[in-house]
Write a protein that binds this ligand. Structure first.
Ligand SMILES: Nc1ncnc2c1ncn2[C@@H]1O[C@H](COP(=O)(O)OP(=O)(O)OP(=O)(O)O)[C@@H](O)[C@H]1O
Ligand SMILES: [Zn+2]
Length: 755
């Protein structure tokens, strides 16, 4: 076993962890147990720790949970393995865990002295513990669920029970709060991210750059995960490469020609659910169809309004018949559309569920007021994994609609789909299935539909554990940057299929996992990329913005560019020396009035006009991030492709790809280095050489479906492809590709509200 002594560089290192969720909990546990020892803090140890702590056996691998987990924003994803491979691994090396756990236990005993070189950990997390966290965030228990205690402090208390002398300072806060400024970040030797959204990741990246503190970034999505290291001036920053665009679908695919279940889900939640239960005044593409209505029996403006003489049952059936029957008939009348497509069939409620069966449809009136309304409960449907038949979907649809209006009346008009809202999920599942039946698309269970609707990739505890182990390995290397690289390589063979490969003689690396254990490797270190010279965040390269300066207001610029695209929190905008806009707590009243008035002015009509050729300076004081934007006036924009009427360029453009370099990877595309066809420096290491004998290329990059624009069929992408296990396996069967992840748009509003 390697030395039990802390090296000089690591002794008492002050470490900041951001996020105490899936990865964060594993990380805290690993850091606390290892005390940053340069021993076998590797995958085996981490998994062993997991299993040991939990007292769970090989079924640990079955810990696949609800919850979106982390989103893979850490840049690029890679496949770790499948359940069976992992289960096999755990079975075959079970006893070694005990050994490793024993080693760790031994380490714990010998180093268990206050302040004896253990790292000082500070943990920031803004969330409280939810039931859905329990199956993979092992520091939390049922009793912790609720709003009273925050994740960071519960995690701390749990760790202190088995590591009493370690110093952990928890913060129940948003890392974007102003007190976590550059000075705060400067106290740390390394920052470790266990976050789940792009916004927070970008923010931390900027603060780390400004404070010149190395950042170890990570992400997992199901069986995929990655760890990357970002050191100012030496490696690329988290934002050096563009991130994939959010998944969208052409409007006409959703409203008229769905071909996949995900299209039906999007229709059900973003159109029908929004129309019935959301803001009535909002533009909604369901109107495209509904307003075409010329049926004499239907008042075309009021299709979705209930008339006074209708009961909820009648109302529900009328909506049903309108959207699944009448609208489909209307669509069928456009013969051109169906020339090369399978025609949908109109579905009317009476054909599926005769009127006389209505009375049997649920017992909403008898529902216990204290329990949250559930159509499944009132219909006696128990298993969320069952695929309901058309009649059951119809019953759920009508029952859920009735329950919304009867027991959640106050919320009607303000609702938007929430994956944690059982009744909403029931309604959307049923509606999507009825539409799917109409379009000859296979139906799905509520469990699957919830996954697709909520953009959920089932989190795998073991992937988090592996990634946490890799974070610690990288953090050790970062901390030892001035020391001698005396480790050589650490190589652990876990079993025939599983290997952990690590080269400690390099400062830091990105680590990838390969999908198949072919060539005896699953985890693979890769030399980090150099900073992207055109990155506006770490290289301060100016950007250019095409915008109609006679039409766009300063507000549009602030919302769509400064906040959404540049991720600034507290922006300050200058045109030459004139201050156009500023955010801050200490502003005087007349300044606030002036800025508010400016927001409503079109750019060219500001006191300091912003016109073609103007250079704007945008600054975020908290992030210490400044960016110059060169304005180019443009008259017209493509409505479909450029709906914002603004085109920002310069930074998000990936550098030109080398012609002969098809394997480049990174946060979307490589800046300077490509994924090597062999692990770095394999030949330098004897252990590695032995194992790598015959190692082949780790595989080429799999390009994910592009951002979907326009209206031609089959342009939509496969959001659902990664959402369920069946589909994951389908991908896996293909080859040894690396797979890039793109999980955008994780809704953080829930978290912000819970503060
Ligand atoms: N701006 C932020 N400041 C502090 N903590 C944040 C911020 N954004 C996200 N986090 C934290 O990062 C953690 C991410 O953990 P994880 O990916 O496991 O998600 P989760 O919210 O715990 O579970 P799930 O979303 O899967 O239900 C969460 O605990 C979340 O509170
Ligand atoms: Zn950068």
């Amino acid at each position: 076993m390697a030395s039990l002594q802390h090296s000089q560089e690591i002794k008492g290192a002050k470490v900041l962890m951001v996020g105490a969720g899936g990865i964060g909990c594993e990380l805290l546990k690993t850091l606390a147990l290892s005390g940053f020892q340069d021993i076998h803090i590797n995958v085996a140890a981490v998994i062993g720790v997991n299993i040991g702590l939990m007292g769970i056996n090989e079924t640990a691998i079955a810990v696949v949970s609800w919850g979106s987990g982390s989103d893979g924003f850490g840049s690029i994803g890679f496949k770790v393995s499948f359940v069976c491979e992992m289960a096999e691994m755990i079975r075959s090396v079970g006893t070694r865990y005990v050994m490793i756990i024993n080693k760790l236990a031994f380490v714990m005993e010998t180093t268990e002295k206050q302040g004896d070189g253990l790292p000082y950990l500070e943990v920031i997390d803004m969330d409280t513990i939810e039931v859905s966290n329990l199956n993979r965030q092992f520091l939390f228990r049922q009793s912790h669920v609720g709003q009273s205690k925050a994740k960071a402090s519960v995690a701390r208390d749990a760790v202190l029970r088995f590591r009493p002398h370690i110093s952990i300072t928890p913060y129940h806060a948003n890392v974007k709060d102003s007190n976590f400024n550059v000075n705060f970040f400067k106290q740390f030797k390394v920052v470790l991210n266990g976050l789940d959204n792009l916004d927070a990741r970008r923010h931390v990246n900027r603060l780390c750059l400004a404070a010149e503190v190395p950042l170890v970034e990570s992400g997992t999505t199901g069986f995929l995960g990655q760890v990357t290291v970002h050191v100012k001036g030496k490696t690329e920053c988290y934002e050096c490469q563009p991130k994939p665009s959010p998944k969208t679908y052409p409007v006409c695919t959703i409203t008229s020609t769905p071909s996949k279940f995900v299209h039906c889900i999007v229709w059900a939640k973003d159109l029908l659910f929004a129309k019935l239960f959301g803001d009535k005044n909002q533009e909604n593409d369901l109107n495209v169809r509904s307003n075409d209505s010329c049926s004499s029996s239907e008042n075309k403006n009021n299709v979705f309004e209930r008339s006074d003489d209708e009961d909820w049952e009648q109302y529900g059936r009328r909506i049903y018949d309108h959207v699944f029957g009448y609208n489909i008939e209307l669509a069928l009348s456009d013969e051109e559309t169906w020339k090369n497509r399978t025609k949908p069939r109109p579905i009317y409620s009476r054909d599926v569920l005769p009127d006389k069966m209505t009375q049997q449809n649920g017992n909403a009136d008898k529902t216990d007021d204290l329990s949250p309304a559930s159509a499944m409960a009132s219909l006696g449907l128990k298993n969320p994994q069952d695929i309901w038949c058309l009649m059951e979907n119809t019953r759920v649809f009508l029952e859920a609609l009735k329950l919304f209006f009867m027991s959640r009346k106050k919320e009607i008009g303000n609702l938007s789909f929430d994956k944690d809202d059982q009744l909403a999920v029931e309604f959307v599942t049923a509606a999507a299935n009825i539409r799917a039946a109409s379009f000859n698309i296979p139906l799905h269970s509520l469990f699957e539909a919830k996954g697709i609707a909520g953009n959920i990739v089932h989190a795998v505890a073991t992937t988090n554990a592996i990634v946490a182990g890799l974070i610690v390995i990288e953090a050790i290397k970062v901390l030892k940057k001035d020391g001698c690289y005396r480790y050589g390589s650490i190589f652990s063979k876990i079993n025939e299929n599983w290997f952990v490969l690590n080269h400690m003689q390099h400062l830091c690396r990105m680590t990838y996992c390969l999908e198949h254990p072919s060539k005896k490797m699953l985890l693979m270190p890769v030399e980090p990329f150099e900073p992207n010279k055109s990155c506006c965040v770490c290289s301060q390269t100016p950007l250019s913005l095409e915008i109609n300066t006679h039409r766009s207001k300063l507000r549009d610029f602030v919302e769509k560019i400064v906040k959404a695209k540049l991720g600034m929190n507290s922006p300050l905008i200058m045109c030459g020396l004139a201050l156009l806009y500023e955010v801050g707590d200490d502003l005087e009243k007349d300044m606030i009035e002036n800025y508010t008035a400016n927001l409503e002015k079109v750019l060219s009509e500001l006191a300091s006009p912003v016109t073609d050729g103007t250079m704007l300076t945008v600054e975020d004081l908290q992030q210490e991030f400044t960016c110059n934007i060169y304005i180019k006036h443009r008259e017209e924009f493509d409505e479909e492709k450029e709906p914002d009427e603004m085109v920002l360029s310069g930074w998000t453009q990936a550098p030109p790809e080398k012609k002969d370099d098809k394997t480049s990877i990174g946060n979307g595309a490589s800046t300077s280095k490509s994924l090597p066809t062999e692990p770095m420096d394999a030949q330098k290491d004897i252990d590695v050489k032995e194992i790598l004998d015959g190692t082949a290329s780790p595989g080429k990059k799999r390009k994910l479906p592009e951002f979907s624009e326009g209206c031609s069929p089959d342009q939509s992408n496969d959001a659902d492809e990664t959402m369920n296990h069946k589909k994951i396996q389908k991908l896996d069967d293909d080859d040894d590709d690396l797979v890039m992840l793109d999980h955008w748009g994780k809704d953080t509003s829930k978290k912000q509200r819970s503060q």
